[in-house]
Design a protein around this ligand. Structure first.
Ligand code: G6P
Length: 364
């Protein structure tokens, strides 16, 4: 087993560091190096032209990738929703032949997601699996499959597959937009595709930093960790908190930055550090939410490419390079993965196999 981990103490750390490579695999051939042209191989232009709405179904980390994709759809006025697969299956919403139900599932074997997809199929929807495993049940049962090509992920806590899911979903969303607009690219699509091409290098530079260890060390004796963000940053706040609780066993919650004042602020004390994902849409409002928490004594950790914007506010900063607004969340998430990892390592947790959790849950 140690051999599989190479020089790393845990598969999770190895998989975090594999992200530049897994993203290169995800993008390979799909974004042309010189022209930034989009080519989703099995999905020629026009594939999604009859799709009027998309329903994503997923669990856990994959659900956060699905929510990320919904945000990207909303940013382009495309109709899409994300559902927790177990909830979707309980009472499926209206679907018809112009509804595409997309199951986002790393393993392709999660029972809740498979049930949701089967119910959607029975009700007449088109289905697509976005998965890492070529021969998986989801890939076989859905009408089509988009493979994220992340390579095997052993650590129970999903890391590299989240980044690959988001990037593949971003390409899918752009294709969906074009198919719904007579082949016209969405506004800013050139910049987005160029940023997707640069993303592996950007993440590589994040992985070279070491500042995250001192953040994990500084806040080891607190009550709770809160993560906040807006738009795609909100989904990353949810994912950051999920990862943190999965492997540290400490209490962590993710909130929409704007919702902090509608309830969670009552929990905020000097013993609840707030990790803010700042880069993205409406970053000034996220900074304002952090300022509200600081007034209540909370330590503030900012994940940002612009430390100057939080100079008087943040107790600590996790730097990320500047990138496309919609991709900043993926980059910020790498810092959050590292934060969870180092916090769990300090607590000597069994990082690759957290108690009570399984890599793939095949019962409902
Ligand atoms: C389990 C794992 C999670 C994962 C979820 C969905 O609960 O512990 O890390 O996000 O299943 O898995 P999937 O294979 O469908 O993406």
């Amino acid at each position: 087993e140690q051999a599989g981990k190479g020089a790393y103490d845990h598969y999770m750390l190895k998989e975090i560091y594999e992200q530049p490579q897994s993203l290169r695999q995800a993008i390979e051939g799909r974004v042309k190096p010189e022209s930034n042209e989009l080519d989703l191989e099995d999905f020629p232009p026009g594939t999604f032209e009859d799709v009027e709405t998309i329903q994503f179904v997923a669990c856990g980390t994959s659900y956060h990738a699905a929510k990320y994709a919904v945000q990207m759809c909303s940013n382009r006025q495309l109709s899409a929703q994300a559902f927790l697969a177990s909830e979707y299956a309980t009472s499926i919403p209206h679907v018809d032949e112009n509804t595409l139900v997309v199951g986002v599932t790393q393993s392709g074997e999660t029972a809740d997601t498979l049930t949701a997809l089967r119910k959607a199929q029975d009700a007449g929807a088109q289905t697509l699996a976005v998965t890492n495993v070529v021969g998986s049940t989801a890939a076989r049962e859905c009408d089509d499959a988009l493979f994220i090509r992340a390579g095997p992920e052993i650590g129970v806590a999903a890391t590299k597959t989240f980044s690959s899911q988001v990037v593949c979903l971003a390409l899918f969303v752009e294709q969906y937009y074009r198919d719904r607009h007579d082949g016209e690219p969405s506004e800013g699509s050139d910049e987005l595709l160029a940023a997707i091409r640069d993303l592996p290098d950007v993440i590589e530079s994040v992985l070279e930093q070491t500042s995250v260890q001192s953040v994990a060390e500084a806040y080891r004796d607190v009550d709770s960790y809160f993560f906040i963000g807006r738009n795609t940053g909100y989904t990353v706040a949810l994912e950051g908190a999920l990862k943190f609780k999965e492997i540290t066993y400490e209490h962590a919650e993710g909130f929409a930055a704007g919702e902090l004042k509608h309830g969670p602020l009552a929990l905020v004390t000097p013993s609840t550090p707030i990790i803010g994902i700042i880069d993205g849409l409406d970053s000034d409002k996220t900074i304002h939410s952090l300022a509200e928490a600081k007034t209540r004594g909370a330590p503030i950790i900012a994940v940002t490419s612009n430390p100057e914007s939080v100079r008087d506010l943040a107790d600590m900063v996790l730097d990320i390079p500047e990138t496309n607004l919609e991709l900043a969340g993926v980059v910020a998430n790498v810092q959050l993965q590292l934060l969870s990892y180092h916090a769990a390592a300090m607590l000597s947790r069994p990082i690759d196999k957290p108690r009570n959790l399984a890599k793939s849950v095949t019962v409902e």
